[in-house]
Design a protein around this ligand. Structure first.
Ligand SMILES: C[S@@+](CC[C@H](N)C(=O)[O-])C[C@H]1O[C@@H](n2cnc3c(N)ncnc32)[C@H](O)[C@@H]1O
Length: 218
């Protein structure tokens, strides 16, 4: 059955996100490691590109407080709806949603006003020719929001923030975003990588961190 943009839903109760909550790798997952959730350390996070809220939900399910920023009115609406539905379920879901707050606006404007220890940036990835490789829901998000051509500006704005780390989620094989300094280290998955920019450390050429040799599937 052909699906259209109007079918797109943010669903934290069933589907991929709920599955990951039950069977995900806890703090051993690449995203959690990249964001600095190690041992007892649980940073306060800004997700500057909220999208379908999956990364935020995962981080909040691991105990982090996450401020989500989304500039698309449609995506913001879908997220707010999905969060309200999940909170109504009560129990663990309500607690997780309770750690997530959602703002509407451009993160380039809002970031400087919000305190945080870690910032996640996951702009729309460059279009791939074999589009079957890109999951349907992300293709639907692209139809709604377009290409996020200002991703470099967003990363540069985040790097001006007081946060200890900025993390850029980017396709494994894509070139680094032009006009952004090299990252401090990189956590590599199967199709995705996390470029980590630490405030207090200089780059060593953005080496892969073998300590973090995990596989990610999204
Ligand atoms: C690839 S999606 C993010 C997916 C998300 N990480 C998830 O787990 O569902 C990118 C989203 O970031 C939003 N976005 C991109 N640049 C933004 C900005 N400067 N400010 C706010 N939202 C932005 C887009 O509208 C889009 O919804």
């Amino acid at each position: 059955m052909k699906q259209s943009v109007s079918d797109l839903r943010v669903d934290f109760v069933k589907g991929a996100v709920a599955h990951r909550l039950r069977f995900g790798g806890g703090r051993g997952q690449p995203l959690a490691k990249a964001m600095g959730l190690r041992g007892g350390n649980t940073p306060v996070i800004i997700d500057a590109t909220a999208g379908l809220g999956r990364d935020s939900f995962l981080l909040a399910s691991l105990g982090a407080r996450v401020t989500m920023i989304e500039r698309s009115e449609t995506m913001h609406f879908l997220l707010a709806e999905g969060m309200a539905r999940a909170a109504k379920e009560g129990g663990e879901l309500r607690d997780i949603i309770g750690r997530m707050s959602l703002l509407r606006g451009d993160a380039k404007d809002l970031l400087p006003q919000i305190p945080a220890e870690a910032i996640l940036i996951d702009p729309m990835h460059p279009a791939r020719s074999g589009s079957a490789l890109v999951k349907l829901d992300l293709r639907q998000v692209r139809e709604i929001v377009g290409n996020d051509d200002d991703a470099a500006d967003l990363v540069r704005t985040a790097l001006q923030h007081d946060a200890k780390r900025v993390v850029l989620k980017w396709p494994l094989k894509a070139h680094a975003i032009e006009g952004v300094r090299p990252c401090t280290h990189r956590i590599v998955g199967k199709t995705t990588r996390y470029d980590v920019f630490m405030k207090s450390q200089s780059s060593h050429g953005c080496q892969r961190s073998d300590d973090f040799d995990y596989h990610v599937t999204n």
